[in-house]
Ligand binder design. Sequence first.
Ligand code: NAD
Length: 327
Amino acid sequence: MLSIRAFSSHIARSQAHAWRSIATTSGSHATNSKVGFIGLGNMGGPMAENLINKGHGVSVFDVSEEAAGRLGSLGAQVCSSPAAVAEGCDRIVSMLPNSRHVQDVYAGANGILSTVQPGTLMIDSSTIDPAVSQEMALAADAKSAVYMDAPVSGGVNAARGGTLTFMVGGPDGKFAAARQLLECMGQNIVHCGAVGSGQAAKICNNMMLAVSMIGAAETMNLGTRLGLDPKLLAKILATSTGRCWAIDSYNPVPGIMENVPSSNDYKGGFGTALMCKDLGLAQASATASEACTPLGSAAHQIYRLLVNQGHGHLDFSAVYKYISEHR
Ligand code: NAD
C-alpha cells in the first residue's frame, strides 16, 4: 500500500485531467438521477432505506435475493448485477463485508467498472484494507470516474436512525457531492484526506476500541476477583483516570448497564468476527507502514481465538466472558 500522502500526490497527477473532464461533462451531480446501492445487509439495508425515505430513486443489487427484495418492496428498482446498477446511476454507494467482496463488485466480471459512466461518483462504505480502496480508486480513474472510501462508525441503530459518522477519503473537489449524499444516511461527515484515509481512520479507531475493551474486561475481572463489587468498581473507574467508553458506555460485565449487549447475552451490537477482521486490517497496515502496534497485535490474537472458538457472532464485549472464564 502507498502511504496516504504518497497516494494523494500520485493520484492527483494522474487524475488532474480526469477531474477536469468530469467537471465539464457532469458538473454537480443531478439530484433527480437514481442512486445505486450494492450490499443490503444489516447496515446497507437501512442506509438504502434512508435514501428512499429522503426522496431518492434507488437501484439496488445484493447477492441475497431476499435482501434485494426487501428494498424492492419499499420502492427500489432491483437490478441483476453491479454492472446493471452502474448503467443507470451516476452515484453509487456500496456496503459490503470485506475487501474481496469490494474487489468483486467493482472490478469483477459484471462489476460496476465494466459499465460505469464517466463522471460517476462511487462511495464505498465497507470497512476494508486502505490499499484496496486505493486500488479501486485507480481503476475508477482509468474510467474517468471517482471512487471514494467512506467507512462508518455507529452500528445498526445509527444506520437505521440516519445518524452514522462517515470517515471520507477522496479528492477535495468531490467531497461536497459525497457529503450531499451521505447526509441522507449520517450526521457527521468528516473528510479525512485522500482515498484510503477514511479506512485508515476507521481501523485506527477500531484497534483502539478493541484494546480498551480488553483492558476494561481484564480490569473488571481483576477487581471482581479481589472482592470488589463490580458495579462500584465500574462507577469508580468511570470517574477516574481509567475512564473510557468501554467502561462508562458499553461495560462488558453483565448486569452493570442496561441496553448494552453484555446485559443481553452479548447479542446484537458489533460482532466479534467483524472486530477480528478490522484488527487484521490494522495489523496488515501496521506491517506495511512499519508502525509498532504490540497491543493491537495482541488484541488481534485474542479476537482470533474467540472467533475460532465459535464466538464470532457475539458482540465484541464478550471478550469479558473469555477472560473471566480463564485463570
Ligand atoms: P452484512 O453481512 O450484514 O451485509 C453485507 C451484505 O453484502 C449482505 O446482504 C450480502 O449478501 C451482501 N453481499 C456480499 N457479497 C456481495 C456481492 N458480491 N454483491 C452484492 N452483495 C453482496 O454486513 P454489515 O453488518 O452490513 O457490514 C457491512 C460493512 O460495514 C462491513 O465492512 C462492516 O465491517 C462494516 N460495519 C459494520 C457495522 C455493524 O455494526 N454491523 C458497524 C460499522 C461498520
